[in-house]
Design a protein around this ligand. Structure first.
Ligand SMILES: [Zn+2]
Length: 709
């Protein structure tokens, strides 16, 4: 064996012959060499023989072979860099007596690792990468593409870019495939796009299944010719397409489900609307929405996404222009109430009078020119004497002990019941309380709410004040007596704490609300404002006909509070400054003329409580209704006595009083207000339920009266 004869540094070794390696490793002798060959696998051995044969046949003159691939089966190359490549050249060596074929190897270990890895990646990838010239001929393809389209496709020059689009195209899809090819070709070679993507469906030649390929095209320049070319990468997106399809199907199913649900919701809403319509809108429907209500409804619908119609906008326009300037009064309430054939004229008149004032004083109507409806001087002097009756509560002496000493166990139980019962039996309680229902309930709630302590009030003076106020309610009034006020105080308490209104109020607002409920009808005269105005009663004169009763209730109660024995507020200036605006606002809001003008939840609360008997147990409610009717009859009696026309539904000699107008009152005043309350305060729902029950019972009674027998 000859030692290596290197002519250049890079020539590292010289094999003695192809069967014997000199330097790279063992074996050194033919015997050792055969031993190694016997140890390796038949496969590897065949590779080695092929390689040595190719060396002999001089096929590797310029070829770089990766050392790892070729040499490893035979040589221990672990000490060499696995990325080394070897260049081999067969040479004839003339020895003394014979010639041998040897091989000269140039081993390079500085080969570019990145290139080698790239090459390995190219071999490994399952993406097809093909390069086409501008005329569509295939310039090169990676191994995956060659495996797919056959190794000949490069040589034979028969595989065209168009074939790639046509390959496996669906039956009848040829025209579509050609169109897709033409579009892609134009984009890449004419329009100069940076890249172009086109998904194409294929039928798998193996399974016949539908598959999807993404054709990704990147215009480039052929590095050999310098002419335009395009790199086409094809990858399988079948899985992705399947997912897309599943998602689309799922989406479609969900959409169908959603449509069905929406349809169901719409029909439910329609049914609900129909039910509510039956429930809330009386047969003689009166449109009592004010222009502000209508405008707000229109805006709400618009905000909620409803398409506003020109007609609805026009309706609002007419409403706003017709209503003069009072946006808080219903439009045309008078004509609606008086002309609806379904509503008795007298009932309509009484509703109108209740909500807007007496006809003689309404704008645009002339007072009786003969003066026959004016009260006589004699009757006027009688009115003045009525005021004196309000002085009944001069002195009330009370001690702290006397507040609770009088409580029997039964009263205790009833007071507990009053805390939570929406259908509290106020008449039973009043009978037990012997004229002190109002003060007992007030003491109870004040104690519950800790009023005296919270506001640093003098408890004895507070109790005295309550008793004086209680005494100021005339027991002769069938309706506006202290039992009515006790009922209002209890309803106020329920709305505050069961209804949940207290949650949005400050302590001082809650305290003011109790106070307002307590004094809200103080020294009521048992006649309405219209009567006081028509008879030039001193209160009407004092308050210029503006809510004379309500103004008096508040002012007279404040005067009581200023009495030394009743001055329960120790910080009078600050506390009254805090209470008075709330109280004045709330109590003035109970005037029915202001029904459509109440704006704050404080006003709404006291108003609901004031007509809270609409929500009471049916017997209690009916009793209140008949007592109010009686009070109005008594007013009618007085009107007759002093020669005034009797107010509608107040003439006891006629066919009936206000119990005839209950359905109108419920549908125009009661139901909308309690519904508005329950809409905002869920806890007030039992109250609305009670009102509904009473409304239905009046409705049933009216139906029975219409169809006797
Ligand atoms: Zn009242």
């Amino acid at each position: 064996m000859r030692s290596a004869h290197a002519t250049q540094d890079t020539y590292r070794c010289l094999f003695h012959n192809v069967e014997c390696a000199a330097k790279v490793g063992t074996p050194r002798t033919p015997a050792e060499y055969r031993e190694v060959l016997a140890r390796i696998s038949a496969d590897k051995r065949r590779q080695w023989y092929d390689w040595t044969r190719s060396i002999r046949e001089n096929k590797h003159e310029d070829g770089w072979l990766q050392l790892h691939d070729v040499m490893q089966p035979v040589f221990d190359v672990s000490k060499l860099d696995l990325t080394a490549t070897v260049k081999c050249k067969p040479i004839k060596l003339r020895l003394k007596d014979h010639c041998v074929t040897a091989v000269m190897c140039q081993i390079r270990t500085d080969h570019d690792k990145t290139l080698i890895r790239q090459s390995a990646m190219q071999k490994r990838t399952s993406l097809f990468a093909l390069m086409f010239a501008e005329d569509g001929t295939l310039l090169n393809a990676n191994q995956a593409a060659l495996r797919k389209f056959g190794p000949d496709c490069l040589e034979s020059n028969t595989f065209h870019l168009k074939d790639l689009f046509m390959e496996g195209c669906c039956p009848g899809g040829q025209a579509e495939a050609i169109a897709a090819y033409e579009k892609a070709y134009e984009a890449c070679f004419k329009l100069g796009v940076e890249s172009y993507r086109h998904p194409i469906p294929r039928i798998s030649s193996k399974t016949g299944e539908l598959k999807w390929s993404m054709m990704e095209m990147w215009p480039m320049t052929d590095p050999i010719t310098g002419k335009p070319a395009v790199l086409v990468i094809v990858h399988n997106i079948t899985q992705q397409k399947r997912l897309e399809l599943q998602l689309a199907q799922r989406h479609e199913a969900l959409q169908r489900e959603k449509d069905a649900l929406q349809q169901e919701a719409r029909s439910l809403a329609q049914r609900l609307e129909a039910v509510i319509h039956d429930k809330f809108i009386p047969k003689s429907h009166i449109d009592a929405d004010t222009p502000i209500d209508k405008t707000l409804n229109f805006l709400h619908a618009f905000i909620a996404g409803a398409e506003p119609s020109v007609q609805s906008a026009l309706d609002i326009y007419h409403v706003l222009t017709e209503s003069n300037t009072d946006l808080r009064q219903p439009v045309g309430l008078e004509s609606q109430l008086l002309q609806k054939s379904s509503m008795d004229t007298e009932v309509g008149m009484s509703m109108l009078q209740l909500l807007t004032g007496p006809a003689a004083f309404r704008e645009g109507t002339n007072p009786d020119p003969e003066g026959s409806s004016m009260p006589s001087r004699k009757s006027l002097s009688r009115q003045t004497s009525m005021l004196k009756g309000t002085d009944r509560c001069q002195q009330v002496l009370i001690s702290e002990a006397s507040i609770s000493a009088s409580l029997t166990p039964q009263l205790e139980r009833m007071l507990q019941d009053a805390d939570t019962n929406w259908q509290f039996d106020i008449f039973a309680f009043s009978a037990q309380a012997e004229g002190h229902a109002l003060s007992l309930l007030s003491f109870h709630f004040f104690e519950r709410f800790n009023v005296a302590e919270k506001f640093g009030m003098d408890p004895v003076k507070l109790a005295t004040f309550v008793r004086v106020i209680e005494k100021g309610y005339d027991p002769q009034n069938p309706y506006h007596n202290s039992t009515h006020v006790a009922s209002v105080v209890q309803m106020t308490h329920l709305l505050l704490h069961q209804g949940g209104v207290a949650k949005v109020m400050t302590d001082s607002q809650i305290c003011s609300t109790y106070y307002a409920a307590l004094i809200h009808d103080f020294e009521h005269l048992g006649v309405n404002n219209d009567y006081l105005i028509k008879t030039f009663h001193p209160l009407a004169v004092m308050y210029n006909d503006i809510s004379p009763l309500e103004n008096h209730h508040v002012a007279a109660a404040v005067r009581v509070m200023f009495r030394p024995e009743c001055m329960f507020c120790q910080r009078l200036a600050t506390d009254t400054a805090l209470f008075r605006p709330v109280v004045v606002n709330q109590v003035l809001g109970t005037d029915m003329k202001k029904h459509f003008d109440i704006t704050s939840r404080f006003q709404m609360l006291l108003k609901c409580a004031d007509i809270g008997h609409l929500a009471a147990a049916p017997d209690t409610h009916k009793r209140w209704a008949y007592q109010l009717e009686e009070e109005f009859f008594q007013q009618g009696d007085r009107e007759k006595e002093i020669g005034l026309p009797v107010s509608p539904l107040m003439d006891r000699s006629n066919k009936g009083g206000i119990t005839r107008s209950q359905m109108g009152f419920f549908s125009i005043v009661g139901l909308p207000m309690f519904k508005a309350m329950a809409d905002v305060f869920e806890g007030a729902q039992p109250m609305l339920d009670g009102v509904m029950a009473n409304y239905r019972s009046w409705e049933a009674a009216a139906a029975a009266a219409d169809n006797p027998g």
